[in-house]
Design a protein around this ligand. Structure first.
Ligand SMILES: C[S@@+](CC[C@H](N)C(=O)[O-])C[C@H]1O[C@@H](n2cnc3c(N)ncnc32)[C@H](O)[C@@H]1O
Length: 262
């Protein structure tokens, strides 16, 4: 289950967000500029968008991309279609306000309040014939494995136009849920992890308790299974709160994909 991000999270950008936002800033405009140069159109999904902007006024993931979309449309006529999804009502309200500001400036963008899974089919349908970039940044577990792999097969299986993902794979969630294997068992929680990683295979790694090797084995197993199921290549980049801390997530770019962890 993906969990929420409250007022403290949105007070200002914390260190683990700097890396993923820098990747968005540096990579997504290049991806759009290069892959969108033929059809002059790209589709972008921020499936766990949050509030769009921090309380201190700093752009968060949604506003960063809205700024790029506005700039590329005005400078080179590249048309972006942006989808932003947020489940929490308060965050969705704030996100809607930020998206509205850019829609008023001519950006084509939709803010949806609800589950990211509500919009996946619409996003894929609107991206037929053009590049698609998706940023999936849950606080906890993300899309079910089967939903994610079916999304990356079908229409998006083709080499061109390309599909790339930046995925936050939460290691904090893996550690926490891994503790249920030998500790106080919550079957529903264990099954949510089964759904997220594509089966019960991960549980055996925690038979000896929660440790770094078990967490690494889950990341490796997930990457291998997702690559096998979709033909995409995932690269896991560990992201920490501080140099001496354990990684909070892997950021996973998938070209046909990009991957990240926290
Ligand atoms: C880590 S925060 C997003 C941060 C944002 N991407 C950024 O970098 O500025 C994750 C967000 O996902 C939202 N969320 C959780 N489950 C969701 C779901 N199933 N569909 C859409 N949003 C969800 C949470 O409410 C939370 O605001």
């Amino acid at each position: 289950m993906a969990t929420g991000a409250g007022d403290r999270y949105w007070a200002g950008q914390a260190l683990p967000s700097v890396f993923k936002h820098t990747l968005l800033d540096k990579y997504v405009p290049q991806f759009a500029g290069m892959t969108g140069s033929i059809g002059r159109r790209v589709v972008y999904l921020d499936g766990y968008a949050g509030r769009g902007r921090y309380t201190d006024g700093t752009p968060a993931s949604a506003e960063k991309i809205l700024m790029v979309a506005q700039s590329q449309f005005e400078r080179v006529g590249l048309a972006w279609i942006c989808y932003f999804v947020e489940q929490d009502p308060e965050s969705a309200r704030a996100l809607g306000d930020v998206v509205g500001e850019y829609v008023a400036k001519g950006v084509t963008a939709l803010a949806h309040r609800g589950d990211v899974q509500d919009v996946l089919d619409q996003v894929v349908a609107s991206a037929v014939g053009c590049p698609l970039f998706a940023f999936l940044d849950p606080c906890g577990l993300g899309l079910p494995f089967d939903r994610m792999s079916s999304l990356l097969n079908g229409e998006r299986k083709k080499d061109w136009p390309p599909t790339e993902f930046l995925l936050n794979f939460s290691l904090d969630a893996v550690r926490r849920i891994g503790g249920h294997v030998t500790g106080q068992r919550n079957e529903a929680t264990l099954r949510r992890m089964d759904d997220a990683v594509g089966g019960r295979w991960w549980r055996e790694h925690f038979a000896g308790g929660v440790n770094d090797a078990a967490v690494e084995a889950v990341v490796a197993g997930f990457s291998e299974r997702m690559s096998a199921a979709t033909g995409m290549h995932l690269v896991a980049v560990p992201v920490r709160r501080a140099p001496t801390h354990k990684p909070v997530y892997d950021l996973c770019p998938a070209p046909g994909s990009v991957e990240a962890r926290n």
